[in-house]
Design a protein. Sequence first.
Length: 146
Amino acid sequence: MSKLLSKVFLVISTGSVLFAVIAQYGFAVPVCHLCLYQRYVLMMISIVSLIHYFWNKSWLFWCISTLSFLGSCLSFYHLGVENKWWVSSICQSQRLDVKVLVPCDQVNWSIFGVSAVFWTWLLFLFLAILSAGSAIYTSRQNDDMA
């Protein structure tokens, strides 16, 4: 069961990153700083999921859960910036080494009429709940075996 869940996390997180990269480069969907940061969190989830697949330690599910929770916080923050609930200092400072195609406070991309940031927030929430449940389940399984 644990290896199956690792595959699920790996496929969802890697698939999400690939989907975003294809949208950006294949369909010219512009990105902002916060979009890229969300991708980095998904990449870290992919890496931890891959490590968990080969090195089956239940605490790695807690790492995935923590990363997913942080990703949901970042996505919610991005959603607030996009809806102008607050202003982002990250998006205000444009560094010379990174070309920002669009500001963070604009809806760059919508899927079925809903901002892609909202879908990303839901994805991170789903991953956080599933990984926390997996961590609790595998911890209890390990306690029963001991």
